[in-house]
Design a binder for this molecule. Sequence first.
Ligand SMILES: [Zn+2]
Length: 473
Amino acid sequence: MTSADKEYDLLVINATVLTMDNAGSVYERGAVGVRDGKLAYVGPLSAAVTAETAGLVAGETVAEAAAEAAADVIDACGMIVLPGFVNTHIHIFQSLLKGLGADHELVEWLNLSALPYGALATPAHHRIAARLACMEAIRSGCTTLAEFFYTAQDPALADAVIEGMLSTGMRSVFIRTFQDTGLDYGMPACFIEPAGAAMSAVADLRRRYPVAEYPMLDIWTGPDVTWSTTRAGYAEMLEYCLGEGVNYSMHILETTVDNEMCQREHGCDIVDMLEGLGFLTERMLAVHCVNLTDRDIRRFADYGVSVSHNPAPNLYLGSGIAPIAEAVKAGVNVSLGTDGAASNNTTNMLETMKLAALGQKGRLRRASALSAAETCAFATTGGARALHKQEQIGTLETGKRADFIVFNPDVLTSTPVHDPLAAVVYASEPRNIEHSVIDGRVVLRDGRFVNGLDEREVVEETKKAVRELMAMR
Ligand SMILES: [Zn+2]
């Protein structure tokens, strides 16, 4: 048989398969088969390789039968397969700024770190930051990443980030945001533009990166933050997005500054203003939400707004802990983000899951406030839904795109395993991610990057780029 004749391009065998589907299906000795970038089989191993499909003959081992059924076989005995994680919020260029502005609160930290260096970064800086951030994300099990791009809006910078992301194989959402005010709050002048010009630029990006040609990329938009957006700016963006079917995201209620500023400028709280504009829709992905009130939560649930919960930066900047357990109870779709590495210091989804769960347990003084299963669902199904990709990814179900990870629990951190989900959420580290498959393509194999991605090279290039960037100020 030639590989084109085989039933599967890739077959993962002997693993515990956590599908994260609605029924919570788990296959103890399971298999995952991939064909043409899609999941062609998810279920018990015994039904993945049959006499009919694999030419199984008496006495043949499962490995031999699998090798006949598939062009490529990964034996994941003792390992756990689960959907790849979806990181719904990052600022890629901040991967060059880890630790800068440490131990300062949000607005001070912004002015020490993300804003001045964001104004100076060149396309080469953005490109290497994208490779670093995506590879770090892949190492922690992430297979989809939503970049919230808010620095100087030169199209060459956007192109560099997109090129860097796609070069790693990452399924990518590029959120080309805008600021149409904000000088008083320290926004660099080069970030600020009229909302109309911004929407033209978004439309241009969508024309230059059509889905048919770039199936691994979506282009979104959104206002950056309350204090850098005018009321007219929100309205203009909304008209464009609803007219063209474009999704949008924004930072909201990360700290009390949003409502203070909104009260001063508009005489109402931010969620009231957005509701009045018709801004609260299913297309909106609200990032942070630390200071959501019960009434805000009910409105998010009613309008179908999704939340990106970013526990690491919320703790690091002393912003607080978002009322996520309450949002889930109200029916809000919750996803997870790492945020930029300047306010997190890593792009680690395993750590983010653990912080998300522990944060709610501690805040509410209730160990059952958020379970391992619920937290893992934020990183998989919740993320897929937040990015409007629930038909493609988020669970392991036949017909979906083949985005999954193979978690090897046989490292000191996670040994022994009594409960696979508890191991993944509470006792894990990037070293557990043995293999990663995105859109049917293996990107990490036996703990090493493949397809020409060289970790050492990216580390060295990053250090060089950072020396240059620091010298520019
Ligand atoms: Zn952010």
